[in-house]
Design a protein around this ligand. Structure first.
Ligand SMILES: C[S@@+](CC[C@H](N)C(=O)[O-])C[C@H]1O[C@@H](n2cnc3c(N)ncnc32)[C@H](O)[C@@H]1O
Length: 227
C-alpha cells in the first residue's frame, strides 16, 4: 500500500478501517516517563511530519497533503519566515530526510530566540520507509546536528525491550509467505508480547540501555542572542 493511502486509512471513518484500528495491538513500547515534557508552547508551534495525525496547537507540515496536514512542505525548505515558532517538534523524521543537517538549519532558522526544538530519532529499529529510510542515530550523532542550539535535555525515549519487540515482530513476519498471514501474526504477536514493554520502566534507568536503545531524544533551545 502506498504511503498516502496508509495515512488516509488512519483517518478513515469507514466501519472496516475503524474495526481494524480497534483490533490493533497496543504499541510494543512505552515512552520513558523520565523524559521532560514541560517546555512551553507559544502562539505558533510547528510539527514536522505529522501526516495522518491531528496535532492540536501546532502547524502540521508533511510531504503529503492528507487529513490533519495544514501545509504540504519539505522540511529541507520550510515555507515560513525566520524566528516565528516557539516550539518545533521533529519526532521520527530525521531518519527519512536526505540531508538532516539542512533540516536542522531550517529548524534553527524558524525557531524564535528562546524557543525549543524536540528531536526524536531511532537508534536500533527495523527499516521503515516514510517514504525513504536513510539512517539511524546514536545520541552522540544526534547532538552533532544541534549546531548553535543548546542541549537542555537528552536521553532515551524508548528502550531495549522496545527494540527487542520491534525486531521479534518483524522477524516473525519474515517467516511468513502471505501478506494476510503477516497481518494476523503482527496482530496476534503484538497482543501477546506488548506486556513485556513495561520491562523498560526498569531498564531505562540503566546507562547501558543506550547499547540497544530504540529511540533517543534531545530538547534544544535557541539562545536568545541568535537571530
Ligand atoms: C515515521 S513518520 C513520523 C510521524 C510522527 N511524527 C509520528 O511520530 O507518528 C515520518 C513522517 O515524516 C514525513 N516526512 C518524511 N520526509 C519529510 C520531509 N522531507 N519533509 C516533511 N516531512 C517529511 C513522512 O511523510 C512521515 O509522515
Amino acid at each position: 500500500m502506498d504511503l498516502e493511502a496508509r495515512y488516509r486509512k488512519r483517518a478513515s471513518q469507514h466501519w472496516r478501517d475503524r474495526l481494524l484500528r480497534w483490533l490493533e495491538p497496543p504499541a510494543p513500547f512505552i515512552v520513558n516517563p523520565a523524559e521532560p515534557k514541560d517546555f512551553p508552547l507559544g502562539r505558533w508551534n510547528l510539527y514536522i511530519g505529522g501526516a495522518g495525525r491531528v496535532v492540536q496547537g501546532y502547524v502540521n507540515i508533511d510531504l503529503f497533503a492528507v487529513p490533519g496536514v495544514d501545509a504540504a512542505a519539505d522540511a529541507h525548505q520550510l515555507p515560513f519566515p525566520s524566528g516565528v515558532f516557539q516550539r518545533v517538534e521533529c519526532d521520527a523524521v530525521l531518519e527519512h530526510v536526505r540531508d538532516p543537517a539542512q533540516v536542522m538549519r531550517e529548524i534553527e532558522r524558524v525557531l524564535a530566540p528562546g524557543g525549543y526544538a524536540h528531536l526524536v530519532t531511532p537508534f536500533c529499529h527495523p527499516f521503515h520507509e516514510y517514504p525513504k529510510d536513510f539512517r539511524r542515530f546514536s545520541l552522540d550523532g544526534l547532538k552533532e546536528l544541534a549546531g548553535p542550539l543548546e542541549v537542555v535535555a537528552e536521553g532515551w525515549r524508548t528502550g531495549p525491550t522496545a527494540t527487542l519487540l520491534a525486531i521479534v515482530l518483524e522477524y516473525i513476519k519474515l517467516l511468513l509467505p502471505y501478506r494476510a498471514w503477516r497481518v494476523v501474526a503482527h496482530g496476534v504477536g503484538g497482543w501477546l508480547l506488548f506486556p513485556l514493554r513495561y520491562a523498560d520502566l526498569l531498564l531505562l534507568r540503566s546507562a547501558d540501555a543506550r547499547r540497544i536503545g530504540n529511540h533517543c531524544y534531545l530538547w534544544l533551545r535557541k539562545p536568545a542572542g541568535i537571530a
